[in-house]
Design a protein around this ligand. Sequence first.
Ligand SMILES: [Mg+2]
Length: 215
Amino acid sequence: MNYFIIDFDSTFIKNESLDILFEISDPNNNDKIREIKKITDLGMNGHISFSESLKRRIKLLEASRKDIDKAVNNIRLNISDSFEKNSDFIRKNRTKIYLVSSGFHEIIDPIAEEFNIIKNHIYANNFVFDDNEIVTGFDDKNVLSMDKGKVEIVKNLNLDGTIHVIGDGYTDYEIKKEGFADYFYLFAENIKRESLINNADFLVKSLDQFIKIVE
Ligand SMILES: [Mg+2]
């Protein structure tokens, strides 16, 4: 039995969902947007720890529940082309697919549900809100907010079969590195992180290429 662990940001969708939320919540603040992207990249390339990168970014975030809804609407129009195209594959394999993301349920769930991803197969972080529906932080007890969170999630799934991880970032590769996946597919449709090429079993430029390999 094959299982597919799929990343969300820059894999299932074209961009980083948190970057989009930043742009929407503080539209003309280019310095801040640049700073956020820099922190994201440092984390994705493995130069700073993931939890450090999340902490630094959320500290700079000033977003409301409404901003999150706007971000979801934006992301809906920016699904990766090959994921949009292969929604049948996703539906047919829904029992084998797990979405494991360091992004946030509040953004990911509405999109994932449209692709028929099983609700309890979605693993992500949670925002914390104040009484005025403003984001004040994130649930730091959620394992995905911690270093090696994705590794921990996949380990605890205890899947009996061949585990394929598809993603664009270091934390996706880490699942295989730590021994809880059989294959890591570096997904390069949206971004090709050169520093990860040597760690990948396969470099795939689209979900079509991935499907060709696994089917
Ligand atoms: Mg990603």
